[in-house]
Design a protein around this ligand. Structure first.
Ligand code: HEC
Ligand code: HEC
Length: 185
């Protein structure tokens, strides 16, 4: 076989392979409707006219403490959401933290509030039990506990929490379960 003929054969086979590769695409061609820029994203609106896009505002709970209904925990040992109104309690100041009036273990029971758990009276860094004194890192409650508004979800949340007991749906025990499965040296 001479070299030129061989090259011709190679070129022909490549052409056949390419043609076969292209065939199914041409036969089953999908008609994609292009999305306009306004349809992209969750909030549907032009990114060039931000001022026309209004965030959805919901209503926070107006139920005063004692009259609201506790919200089921998002997952085991998650920080519970605040179900009651916070009017008059904010801001939390260095010398005044209204949350403590009702959520310290010694007062909570009497007024039907949930007592802060053991983890809040424990220094996780040093592993020291603070003997009933609130850990300073827990003072700013709203860093972890937040109120909720009721709004339709723009995208359905598929997350399903796996609670290991019925009790863990409504109460926490992080300090007791934190070291589960961890073996001390
Ligand atoms: C006047 C008392 C009072 C004050 C002040 C108060 N709470 Fe409450 N809190 C309650 C009561 C009572 C409940 C139980 C639900 C109910 O009865 O409304 C509750 C429920 C909660 C829950 C849900 C607990 C659970 O088991 O799901 C969280 C979280 C919470 N409060 C956080 C706070 C934070 C943070 C503050 C300060 C910004 C605060 N609370 C101020 C009385 C109070
Ligand atoms: C650094 C985050 C963080 C801060 C700050 C914090 N918490 Fe919590 N809180 C949690 C988490 C996480 C849980 C659930 C797990 C646990 O610790 O047992 C919880 C649980 C609770 C519970 C439920 C107790 C139970 O038995 O189910 C109450 C009530 C509560 N916190 C109140 C407060 C209050 C009031 C403050 C402010 C003084 C505060 N927390 C500050 C993270 C925080």
């Amino acid at each position: 076989m001479n070299a030129i003929w061989r090259q011709g054969l190679l070129a022909a086979s490549i052409a056949v392979i390419l043609a076969i590769g292209a065939m199914p695409a041409a036969a089953g061609e999908h008609k994609h409707k292009e999305k306009s820029e306004d349809e992209l994203g969750i909030r549907k609106g032009s990114v060039y006219e931000e001022e026309k896009v209004e965030p959805k505002h919901g209503e926070y709970s107006h139920k005063e403490p004692g009259k609201s209904k506790r919200i089921e925990r998002a997952f085991e040992n998650s920080p519970p959401l605040i179900p009651h109104d916070l009017t008059g309690m904010l801001p939390l100041a260095e010398t005044n933290n209204a949350c403590l009036n009702c959520h310290m273990p010694e007062t909570a029971g009497g007024i039907g509030a949930t007592a802060m758990p053991k983890s809040h009276f424990f220094d996780m860094e040093t592993g020291k039990d603070l003997g009933g004194k609130l850990d300073g890192k827990r003072y700013s409650c709203l860093e972890c506990h937040v109120p909720q508004v009721s709004l339709p979800e723009p995208i359905k949340n598929q997350f399903k929490a796996d609670f290991r007991s019925k009790k863990s749906r409504t109460s926490s025990n992080l300090l007791d379960s934190l070291n589960e499965g961890v073996k001390a040296e």
